[in-house]
Write a protein that binds this ligand. Sequence first.
Ligand code: PEP
Ligand code: MG
Length: 580
Amino acid sequence: MYGDGTYDIHPRRPEPPHQPETGEMETTLRGVGVSHGVAIGEVRHMGTAVLEPPAKQIPADEAPREQGRARQAVEAVAADLIARGNLAGGEAQHVLEAQAMMAQDPELMADVERRITVGSTAERAVYDAFAAYRALLANAGEYLAGRVADLDDVRNRIVARLLGVPMPGVPDSDEPYVLIARDLAPADTALLDPTLVLGFVTEEGGPTSHSAILARALGVPAVVALPGAGELAEGTVVAVDGSTGDVFVDPSAEKRAELTRAAEARKAALAASSGPGATSDGHKVPLLANVGGPADVPAAVEAGAEGVGLFRTEFLFLDDSEKAPSEEKQVEAYRKVLEAFPEGRVVVRVLDAGADKPLAFLTPADEPNPALGVRGLRTLLDHPEVLRTQLTALAKAVEGLPVYLEVMAPMVADRTDAKAFADACRAAGLQAKFGAMVEIPSAALRARSILQEVEFLSLGTNDLAQYTFAADRQVGAVSRLQDPWQPALLDLVAASAEAAKAEGKSCGVCGEAAADPLLACVLTGLGVTSLSMGAASIPYVRATLAKHTLAQCERAAAAARATDSAEEARVAAQAVLSGE
Ligand code: PEP
Ligand code: MG
């Protein structure tokens, strides 16, 4: 607990990690709490990839029965895809209907039946027939190659049905549930109904993984890096405490009441905080929201965000696996976000595709190490037409609006990158400030040189940690190194902020580091000029910042940087800020 116990440090690391504790009534599992609040509900698992069915031979007289099973499974999966499409509507409906048609393809079915006639089980025949079709598609040019992921999904669904295991992807449920997954990628969550997800628990992932980001965007509690989570039986009741990282299995009535009371008390205390972000002595630190599109705007406005510090535009690109959204569709989405903050500031990040956010029509499929390959701005420089459409759409969307538009590029490595981006913005006639994200250590080290080309910096501490520590942000086993309190990361933040100050320009933070209230004070002390985070974290950060002077924040920053580990840095900053 921090200060008066109201504002938890965020994210909280388990102590000791991952050790189950068994009390008389319930078992407690511990992971890393990454999104505040308490969720109590039944567990539903995100279906994982379907395993390869064994290649066993069946007697000839079983073939007709197996063929019947295969036909039934195909029909049921097609009907399910159509029903989900009707529910989802829009682009998602087209994708799901196209998948239903793939499932019912007569040639594919004929191949499945032929394979069963020569001794395959239904599931193995489906698996092999789809593999043959997949190879054809993958080699048939860009358009058809883009369908491979959809085809794999259809195959997995049919095989899962035949094996009687959970369907891959988002659970089918009409009742609210706690989602358990190995980890979540943005594409997994496109069909997630936010009204049904009470909270998340993932086996993998760290504080900066997409699961954590999504949970904060939805404002639901989340615990990540909890290896035992996959073993919780479907339907088990759990209570997830996203502040402490505890997951109580079959919690007693008293435990539920205790957790709910604590969460409500915390909410009430936070509701009392309002207004622009500032330290207690009036040093302004605008608090901005991270959004994925217009749907996230109401929560940002409600939380009192002073604008948007990171509009992750890649979410607009997830609906269609073959092409970028049209200029008109982009104008519409951008305008909705821009209109929500009249006179405010909205920082739009151009498409950040590749690595953990691959797009079939843009991302090379054969990179040996995608995180070090063509991603972010590199993708856009290889596909200038996609960047041009985005910038033109932004120029049209902002016409006549009083908002301060800022546009930034992800994964800028050096001055050459920054210049290429600024040139593209100018060529599109965009009336906005152009900026660079600092996500690669080279950009932090040479921030002054980058600032010769652009007007602001925004620190993407999630990727900056990943690349500084050579620690994949999706891998739970290295989450220790993903900790944004690592002094080396703080040094890079300081270098960027100092460079921006020397150039008379701004330097914000839009990575998940900004969502940790205590760290937000440290970042302020390091000289960052704005903090952007999931809307749900804004009240926590505002309330904590308002209790400390700028000088205290500076002392806390210096104390944190003088240590040798994330844990020591956190303790040192906390000691300064609580006046110990
Ligand atoms: C970051 O890397 O810190 C960032 C904000 O970008 P994303 O999380 O979308 O990669
Ligand atoms: Mg990033």
